[in-house]
Design a protein around this ligand. Structure first.
Ligand SMILES: Cc1cc2nc3c(=O)[nH]c(=O)nc-3n(C[C@H](O)[C@H](O)[C@H](O)COP(=O)(O)O)c2cc1C
Length: 332
C-alpha cells in the first residue's frame, strides 16, 4: 500500500515524505538513500564549495540511485553572496528535475528553472510568503513551522495553526515542515490539509546521514527542550542545538551585542567540525524540537517504510475505529 496525495502524483515520488536541504548534511549518500526509499531528498547546493563540486555531487548521487532526487538552493542575503547563477546553471545542466528554494523570494530563479522543465518547491515560514510564492508560479509550497530546525522566521506560529492556515490559501501541493519525525506527524499533517511532510532533524539521525555518530547519539539523547533560538534580536532567527556556543551567542546578543561580536562563534567552519569530529561544542549545529521524538538511528529505508506503514495503521486502525465505535453506539 502507498499513500497517494496531490504531492506524490505531481512529483512522481512513491511516498509523501521529503528530506529538505541541510547544510553540511544534505550530501549524496543521504539523498540517494532517501530516493531509494521512495521519498524525495535534496542535495544542498551550498554545502559544495564551488558550482563544479555541486556537479560532481549530483553525479555521485546518480551513481547511487536511479530514482528522482532534487537540489536545494538556499538564497540568503549575505555580504559576499555565493555565485547563485552558476549554481543554478549547474543544476539545470545536470538534468535534475526538482529544486527546493528557500531563504528569500525565488522569483529571479524561476524562469530559468521552469524553462528547463524543473519543478520548484519553495520553502517558507509564513502564509503570506506561501501565497506570494504560489502567485509567482512555484509548483509546490513547503511551509516550516516554529518547531523547525534552521530558520523558523520571526512570526513564531507553530505548525498546528500554520499548516491549516496555509492550506486554506494554497491550491498547489503543500508540504508541512518542522517538528515531523514519525507516522503520527504524517497523519496529522494530512489531516491539517497538507499533502506530505518535510523532515530535516529526523533524516539527520539515520545510518546513512554523513555526520559523526556522536551527533546522532546526542539527537537520540536530546529532548524537545534542547534547542536555542539564536540571532533573535537581529531578526534572523535560527533554531540550533543548545550547547556552550549557542548559549553564549544568545547571551551576547541579549546583552545588546552585534553580529560582529558573535561572528567567530557562529562561523560555518566551526559548525562543520561538529559533524566531522563529533565534538558537540565545537560550534553551532542545527536541530529542531522534533529531537524530542527521535529515539533511534534507523536506516533511511527502515525509517521511511516504518512511517508509511504506521501511518496506514493509524488511518485504517485507530482513527477509523473512532468512527465505527460511534456508529455502533448510534445503532444501539
Ligand atoms: C542540520 C540542518 C541543516 C539545515 N540547513 C538548511 C539549509 O541549508 N537550507 C534550508 O532550506 N533548510 C535547511 N534546514 C532546514 C530543513 O530543510 C527543514 O526545513 C527543517 O529541518 C524541518 O524541521 P525539522 O528539523 O523539525 O524536521 C536544515 C536543517 C537541519 C537539521
Amino acid at each position: 500500500m502507498a499513500l497517494k496525495t496531490k504531492f506524490t502524483e505531481a512529483f512522481g515520488v512513491e511516498h509523501p515524505i521529503v528530506q529538505g536541504g541541510m547544510q553540511w548534511v544534505g550530501r549524496a549518500e543521504l539523498v540517494a538513500a532517501v530516493a531509494n526509499a521512495g521519498a524525495l531528498g535534496f542535495i544542498t547546493a551550498l554545502t559544495q564549495p564551488t558550482p563544479k563540486d555541486l556537479a560532481n555531487e549530483i553525479a555521485r548521487c546518480r551513481d547511487l540511485t536511479d530514482k528522482p532526487f532534487g537540489v536545494n538552493l538556499t538564497i540568503l542575503p549575505t555580504i559576499n553572496p555565493p555565485p547563485y547563477e552558476e549554481y543554478r546553471q549547474v543544476i539545470i545542466d545536470s538534468g535534475v528535475k526538482i529544486v527546493e528554494t528557500a531563504g528569500s523570494n525565488p522569483a529571479p530563479h524561476l524562469p530559468s528553472f521552469h524553462d528547463a522543465g524543473i519543478k520548484v518547491i519553495h520553502k517558507c515560514t509564513s502564509v503570506r510568503h506561501a501565497v506570494k510564492a504560489q502567485s509567482l508560479g512555484v509548483d509546490a509550497i513547503s511551509i516550516d513551522g516554529f518547531e523547525c530546525a534552521g530558520h523558523p522566521g520571526e512570526d513564531d506560529i507553530p505548525g498546528l495553526v500554520l499548516i491549516p492556515a496555509a492550506a486554506e490559501k494554497i491550491e498547489i501541493p503543500l508540504i508541512a515542515s518542522g517538528g515531523f519525525a514519525d507516522a503520527r506527524g504524517l497523519v496529522a499533517a494530512l489531516a491539517l490539509g497538507a499533502d506530505g511532510i518535510n523532515m530535516g532533524s529526523r533524516f539527520m539521525c539515520t545510518v546513512e546521514s554523513p555526520i559523526h555518530q556522536k551527533v546522532k547519539e546526542a539527537i537520540v539523547a536530546g529532548t524537545e527542550l534542547d534547542t536555542e533560538l539564536i540571532f533573535r534580536p537581529l531578526r534572523n532567527t535560527a533554531r540550533v542545538a543548545s550547547n556552550a556556543v549557542s548559549r553564549e551567542v544568545v547571551e551576547i546578543l541579549n546583552r545588546g551585542g552585534k553580529f560582529e561580536d558573535v561572528k567567530d562563534l557562529v562561523a560555518g567552519t566551526r559548525g562543520v567540525k561538529v559533524y566531522e569530529t563529533g565534538d558537540l561544542d565545537a560550534g553551532i549545529w542545527s536541530v529542531g524540537t522534533s529531537m524530542g521524538l527521535i529515539h533511534d538511528i534507523p536506516t533511511v529505508g527502515e525509517l521511511v517504510s516504518r512511517i508509511v506503514s504506521e501511518a496506514e495503521q493509524i488511518i485504517t486502525g485507530r482513527l477509523s475505529n473512532l468512527i465505527s465505535s460511534d456508529e455502533r453506539e448510534n445503532v444501539a
